[in-house]
Design a protein around this ligand. Sequence first.
Ligand code: S3P
Length: 172
Amino acid sequence: RIARRIDRPIVLVGLMGVGKSTVGRRLANLIGVDFVDVDDEIERAADRSVAEIFEEFGEPYFRNGERRVMGRLIGEKQGVIATGGGAFVDPETRGLIREKAISVWLDCDIETLVERTARRDSRPLLRQGDPHAILLDLKERRSGSYSQADCHVVTDDGPHNATALRILEAID
Ligand code: S3P
């Protein structure tokens, strides 16, 4: 446990598979604050999985829900918030996060992302073709948004604890 006073939520952004949820949970534990995963909150509110929401209602509907849930969480949560990979790309959500939170861009190489996301078939965007090509394309298109985060931390395959500590150093 590390004693740390955080006066704003810490919001983790970055591509699918980069470790936002895993490292986020570890970080919250380390500093003794709440952890919340935005995708989980959306699933609870819709009573459907993210994949089902995309399938039944389409991506724009999901993005609306994401924007709404993010707005609510950022007002009421003081802990660590793991976003879905597209949240910080939406200008409105990004503006809100930049205004009210400390944002951290988690980043790693494409091969690692492909490997990690292959462990679970829960990401509708990766079902539309070759995951490697899709992730590469998303990285190119989204890096301009992600780079507007307050800081940038690389999540290699080292222990989650070490990554969490690097985040604490970065936001200092
Ligand atoms: C998405 C990332 C997913 C989820 C949805 C869309 C994206 O979250 O929100 O499948 O646009 O990058 P994770 O980054 O937690 O996988």
